[in-house]
Design a protein. Structure first.
Ligand code: GDP
Ligand code: MG
Length: 302
């Protein structure tokens, strides 16, 4: 399956929720007036776009309709599409040069961190990068085993310790292994469920300090994984992490299993952090770099 078809397939539920609503609203209105804008704003909010982004979208739409004297409700759709692309556009490239660089993957339990790391490792390896994984989610033995399976699947090295060991020590050992084995990219898994937020904060802080000390000049990504099926809750989760972590990018997973994919607009508008990848399934090739245009095209395609 080609890239675009894969995205289209993955976004099927979001598309039927979103575009059907927009189409029916546009059909009802024979002229463009304030009522149409209000209806659209309402629709956007109920499609998990979030109040802030929905308002911005409708404000922008009003301006464009006025400026370009759009009279036909159908042309509103094209204008809407352009606005969505503009909101979603951002730099989705990973900051991974020069080697060795570090990618720290964070997020609450169950959002898809370990799976995403497996897919990302395979993708980067495919791009010719030499990748090593650090199993720094030491909270559960199963988490370490799961990452090991993904390391095998994607054909990359892994450094692991026993369950319950110090995650920062795992990161330290992974960085040492990366240096001695001449690896390009270190990707570290982390635990999302600790006893409380302070614990999680302290642990991530400790990991960050190890990275800074061992690789002071390295490029670093802190990727926050969010589960699209949780809709607006994902935004609240993200705000929690942003209060103590320097997140450089978002990975939005499980878009294939939800109609709430338009939450990506709320993420971009409310958090201001680029979405770098999207997860469209559980298989190794189900991670795609995020493209604003492809995403919006997939949702709008008739
Ligand atoms: P973690 O606790 O954050 O490490 O989450 P896991 O990587 O263990 O994933 C939790 C569940 O979500 C697993 O069953 C994964 O297969 C599933 N999962 C992860 N990403 C995706 C995705 O993009 N689509 C779907 N459908 N499932 C996913
Ligand atoms: Mg995990």
């Amino acid at each position: 399956m080609g890239f675009f078809n894969k995205i289209k397939e993955g976004l099927k539920k979001t598309k039927s929720n979103f575009i059907n609503k927009i189409n029916s609203a546009i059909k009802i209105f024979s002229k463009i007036d304030e009522e149409l804008f209000e209806e659209l704003e309402e629709l956007l909010i109920t499609s998990d776009v979030g109040a802030l982004a929905s308002q911005r979208i409708c404000d922008d739409l009003r301006k464009i309709v006025k400026k370009e004297s759009i009279k036909d409700p159908n042309s509103v759709k094209q204008a809407l599409k352009d606005i969505l692309i503009e909101i979603l556009e951002g730099d989705c490239n990973l900051n991974i040069e020069p080697p060795p660089s570090v990618i720290l993957v964070i997020g609450v339990n169950g959002v898809g961190k370990t799976t995403t790391i497996g897919k990302l490792a395979a993708k980067l390896k495919n791009d010719g990068k030499n990748v090593i994984l650090g199993a720094a989610d030491t909270f559960r033995a199963a988490a370490i085993d799961q990452l090991e399976i993904w390391a095998e699947r994607s054909g990359v090295d892994i450094v692991k310790h026993q369950q319950g060991s110090d995650p920062a020590a795992v990161v330290f050992d992974t960085i040492c292994a990366a240096k001695s084995r001449d690896k390009d990219i270190v990707i570290c898994d982390t635990a999302g469920r600790l006893h409380n937020k302070t614990n999680l904060m302290n642990e991530l802080g400790k990991i960050e300090r190890v990275i800074k000390r061992e690789l002071p000049n390295a490029s670093k990504e802190v990727l926050l994984v969010l589960d699209a099926t949780t809709g607006q809750n994902a935004i609240n989760q993200a705000k929690g992490f942003l209060s103590f972590a320097e997140v450089t990018g978002i990975i939005l997973t499980k878009l294939d299993g939800t109609a709430k994919g338009a939450v990506v607009l709320a993420i971009k508008e409310e958090l201001g952090i680029p979405v770098k990848f999207i997860g469209l399934g559980e298989q190794i090739d189900d991670l795609q770099p995020f493209s604003a245009k492809q995403f919006v095209d997939a949702i709008f395609e008739e």
